[in-house]
Design a protein around this ligand. Structure first.
Ligand code: MF3
Ligand code: CO
Length: 258
């Protein structure tokens, strides 16, 4: 079912989105060489609970994971791209870290992910990978609006990724979001323009291009959650939650002014 949010729900989603963005931003600023992934999870826990929000992850037990996730944030490193289960690992200089976070506040969910390099080194391949996911996300947001078809968004993402020479995997992608995190419709990261349902004001979508350097195949880590590139190559992921408005879209997962 596709959920259409009321104007007051979209207004509340701004607060949810700001909290998600603030947690990601704070973690990005604090994470450095030697930071343990479990510490990042604790920072997220403190900020989420401190704001009176509920994690979408702790009790989440979908078919694509093993049992309840049991943590507050996804921490995926290097070849880890999606659903990275926080583990006892200290970050090293040049690690490519992806953080993905979703919470509910005021009855409305928001979901966002960022990828960035830890420490000082800036390996060119990783910089390019992060840049292409951010560019695909920005292009998809530019495309979205009332009357636009879902396939237009997928096609936009796919053409940016493919145009930059990356393989595209469509098993996992974006999704509708509203009172809960994962809703219809699925938003594949490739597709055909002009196809699919038309977007309407009040629809909220999590748009999330992700990419792997040289493969479109995923493998599941022995932790039962973390999805890694099948070849061990590096990966990146960028995600925002947006709301379709009467005349365009609003990005909800932007940091509050600090
Ligand atoms: N937030 C992720 C997404 O973008 C889903 C993570 S589910 C988890 O859709 F259980 F792994 F946390
Ligand atoms: Co998502």
């Amino acid at each position: 079912m596709i959920e259409i949010m009321s104007p007051s729900q979209v207004a509340r989603a701004r607060d949810t989105g700001a909290l998600v963005a603030d947690v990601l931003q704070a973690a990005r600023e604090r994470a450095t060489v030697g930071t343990n992934l479990l510490e990042i999870d604790t920072w997220a826990e403190e900020m989420i609970l401190g704001a009176g929000a509920t994690s979408c992850y702790v009790d989440y037990a979908p078919s694509f994971g093993r049992g309840p996730f049991g943590h507050y944030i996804c921490t995926s490193v290097n070849d880890g791209v999606l659903h990275g289960l926080p583990r006892d690992y200290a970050l090293a200089d040049g690690d490519l870290l992806t953080l993905d976070l979703a919470v509910v506040l005021g009855g409305v969910a928001a979901d966002s992910a960022i990828s960035f390099l830890v420490g000082q080194s800036r390996p060119a391949e990783s910089v390019a990978l992060i840049e292409v996911t951010e560019r695909a996300l920005a292009a998809a947001i530019d495309t979205a609006g009332p009357g636009v078809r879902l396939g237009d968004i997928s096609a936009t993402i796919g053409s940016v990724l493919t145009g930059a020479g990356y393989p595209v995997n469509t098993e996992f992608g974006g999704h509708g979001i509203g009172s809960t995190m994962h809703q219809d419709p699925h938003v594949p990261n490739a597709g055909r323009a002009g196809k699919g349902p038309k977007l309407r004001p009040g629809l909220m979508l999590a748009i999330e291009p992700w990419v792997m350097v040289d493969t479109d195949e995923l493998v599941t880590d022995e932790d039962g959650w973390t999805l890694r590139s099948a070849t061990g190559c590096r990966t990146a992921h960028s995600e925002h939650t947006i709301a379709v408005t009467e005349d365009g879209v609003e990005v909800l997962t932007l940091p509050s002014k600090r």
